[in-house]
Design a protein around this ligand. Structure first.
Ligand SMILES: [Zn+2]
Length: 472
């Protein structure tokens, strides 16, 4: 498996930076044109080579004002992006097929046609694809993709930092970029220009990483996204507890900062209304800049990522099989989250956790199974009946046991693995039905003492957990 590494430019001078920005801007036009011409139905089955040949024949290629290799690589990259957006839509379409088609052979036929990109001939599939694959647009104007044989790296002296030589807009004229690393990037490079700095993204094979050789533990655990931590596992261990404080302090900071910026923006608008454009421009340039804001945001994101990855590594340290809910499935829309910064940040960290679970378990060779998450945080594991949730506590309505909600969630997630009735695609309504049916069956079948004994045993454990939590 490949993992992405990023090297940063060090003390890049302004002239070089401007040249690179201009090149990226022109390549942004190439990207936009690919999206415009081939971003929808017209692009299905068209390869980047065909686009290249067509553009060289009809003279489009000469209008970009960049070297041939640069725009050709950009076309390849953009075609890849379009394909990724199409494949993402197919996941949603497949879900819709499962929802609406009960006939097995018909379902199979539809999924096969979807996979082979033959959906445009089938009216039903074409309609679903139109619905779920919204037309995309290119917004990327700050990237340059450099092919592996198009750049050179060198160091000044033994063990020094690496320098990178990349093509400019002119033939046989190169731009030399000093990097902040002693390890030379390899393979295809993606240069991203941000805040006057060049980020060099490149893929390396993960077998060279130290963490790949770290063995995973012996057990099988379920994990649940925690309330104030990255993950809680089914053995009640909480991983990445710094996350809660990190999110809270950042959202408090942003709340104040954004309110102040809004106030200043109000003054700018008032000045514009009065026709005092000089004042408005002055305030926009000096008081509403994004440089420091973006820098802070990047630092914050990097810290959250590092906490998350450390937490997932800790889970893998004692598990060779992780069962988790599919965190990417239940994204609340941005509109629904509204202005609540804390919730918006929490939604974003969900994606990071999903990524970390995927990449760490793949790298270290542990298995990851995703299961249906419906009602996992509401079922009390002692009686397997729906409990009542109060804050981060879950009360069992049958026996009165108190659970830490995320711990209960992790146990339920683990039990979902291998559940014969609840698959990843079972609707949440059906899941609720199944849970209630099972709970009723348990109650009528089990003798009273037995169930209270079971619950009692678990209650002690969860009570111990509670007192331990309180101490922390
Ligand atoms: Zn109970």
């Amino acid at each position: 498996m490949k993992v992405t590494r990023i090297a940063y430019s060090k003390n890049l001078n302004v002239g070089k930076c401007q040249q690179l920005e201009e090149q990226a801007r022109r390549l942004g036009r190439v990207r936009s044109q690919v999206w415009r011409d081939h971003g929808s139905l017209a692009g299905v089955g068209v390869t980047d080579r065909q686009i290249r040949d067509q553009w060289m024949r009809n003279g489009t290629a000469d209008t970009f004002g960049v070297l041939a290799n640069a725009w050709k690589e950009t076309v390849r990259d953009a075609v890849g992006d379009i394909k990724a957006s199409r494949e993402a839509a197919k996941v949603r379409v497949r879900k819709a097929i499962w929802r609406h088609t009960s006939d097995k052979t018909e379902r199979k036929r539809l999924c096969a046609a979807l996979k082979r990109d033959q959906w445009s001939e089938d009216p039903y599939l074409a309609r679903l694809m139109r619905q779920h694959w919204q037309r995309g647009r290119n917004h990327v104007v700050n990237q340059i993709v450099v092919r592996s044989d198009d750049y050179r790296t060198f160091t000044l002296g033994e063990g020094g930092d690496v320098w990178l030589t990349i093509p400019s807009l002119l033939r046989r004229r190169v731009i030399t970029v000093p990097l902040n690393t002693t390890i030379a990037p390899a393979g295809t490079l993606r240069l991203i220009l941000r805040d006057g700095q060049v980020e060099v993204h490149f893929a390396i094979d993960d077998s060279t990483l130290k963490s790949s050789r770290r063995p995973c533990g012996p057990s099988k655990v379920g994990v649940d996204k925690g309330y104030t931590e990255v993950l809680v596992d089914s053995d009640a261990n909480r991983h990445g507890r710094e996350l809660g404080d990190l999110l809270r302090s950042e959202s408090d900071f942003l709340k104040i900062k954004n309110a102040r910026r809004a106030k200043i923006r109000g003054i700018v608008e008032k000045a514009r209304e009065k026709g005092d454009h000089a004042k408005a421009d002055r305030i926009t340039a000096n008081n509403l800049g994004t440089l420091k804001r973006n820098r802070r945001r990047n630092v914050f994101k990097a810290r959250v990522r590092s906490v998350t990855f450390t937490a997932v590594h800790a889970v893998v340290d004692n598990a060779k099989h992780i069962v988790a809910e599919d965190l990417t499935r239940h994204f609340t829309s941005r509109r629904k989250l509204g202005k609540n910064t804390n919730r918006r940040l929490a939604a974003w960290t969900k994606g990071v956790t999903a990524e970390a679970l995927n990449s760490v378990s793949e790298r270290r060779g542990s298995a990851l199974t995703l299961v249906n998450a419906a009602y996992t945080s509401q079922v009390a594991p002692c009686c397997r009946a729906l409990g009542t949730r109060k804050g981060d506590r879950l009360h069992c309505t049958r026996c009165g046991a108190v659970w830490q909600a995320d711990h209960a969630g992790a146990i339920n997630v683990l039990e979902r693995y291998g559940d014969p009735d609840i698959t990843l695609f079972t609707s949440y309504k059906r899941v609720k039905q199944i849970i209630q049916e099972r709970a009723d069956r348990r109650r009528t079948r089990l003798p009273v003492q037995d169930s209270s004994h079971r619950c009692g045993e678990r209650t002690i454990r969860s009570e111990q957990q509670c007192s331990r939590n309180r101490k922390q």
